[in-house]
Design a protein around this ligand. Structure first.
Ligand SMILES: Nc1nc2c(c(=O)[nH]1)N[C@H]1C(S)=C(S)[C@@H](COP(=O)(O)O)O[C@H]1N2
Ligand SMILES: [Mo]
Length: 205
């Protein structure tokens, strides 16, 4: 990253003050907690593949080397976990959802919803409008280094404007679907959408 170094006590003029970047009910953390519903899978990139599906049919499939050769995007974003920690200015690199659509030749998404499927069976559902226009990526690097297994390596979904449970770790498959369906946490009492700024933590919030 070629961001200029920022010395302690110096307030950047480009960004809102930290307090204004904290959604309601959240606190700031500088470490990076790990939250997983199950064990961290041991994934070798040699065996890894990722797929984009429309219902039962395959729109695209990539090996690790093929995926690494796709256009790369780097973003710095704040992330918000429903367990109330917020981490500011995290830097991620990967393939944007927009670029993924482009490389399979889609000028617009074929369905209104997407289910993310992961190693281990975790799923999470998203409206496609929350994935396009630079809002989401499949991240393979964090702070310039390969994504650690505990944080979803080799590749995770990153949808930073929603609570972090929507950012599916160990991503294997994105499946377009015509009708919304709840994922793992969404069918266990968590909010279907999960906007941290509207504090949509649980079903009914
Ligand atoms: N596959 C998978 N993805 C997942 C989870 C999980 O249990 N399995 N947990 C989610 C939750 S609840 C959160 S808060 C974030 C945590 O990401 P981190 O461990 O990198 O902080 O991952 C999300 N993605
Ligand atoms: Mo979470």
């Amino acid at each position: 990253m070629d961001r200029p170094p920022v010395s302690r006590g110096f307030k950047s003029r480009r960004q809102a003050p930290e307090a204004a970047r904290l959604p309601p009910g959240q606190y700031l953390t500088t470490d990076f907690p790990v939250l997983s519903a199950g064990p961290t899978p041991d994934i070798r990139v040699a065996d890894w593949k990722i797929a984009l599906q429309l219902g039962g049919s395959l729109l695209g499939k990539w090996t690790w080397d093929e995926f690494e050769a796709l256009p790369q995007t780097t973003i710095a974003v704040d992330i918000h976990c429903v367990t109330k920690w917020t981490k500011l200015s995290t830097v991620w690199q990967g393939v944007s959802f927009d670029d993924l659509l482009k490389v399979v030749g889609l000028s617009e998404p074929p369905n209104a919803y997407v289910m993310a499927h992961c190693d281990g069976g975790y799923t999470t559902n998203l409206p496609v409008t929350d994935l396009v226009a630079g809002k989401a990526m499949i991240a393979t690097r964090y702070e310039g280094l390969p994504l650690a297994p505990a944080h979803g390596g080799p590749a995770r979904l990153l949808v930073p404007h929603l609570y972090f449970w929507k950012s599916a770790k160990w991503l294997r498959r994105l499946r377009f679907m015509p009708k919304d369906e709840p994922g793992f946490w969404e069918s266990r009492g968590y909010h279907n959408y999960g906007d941290p700024w509207r504090e949509q933590r649980y079903d009914g919030d």
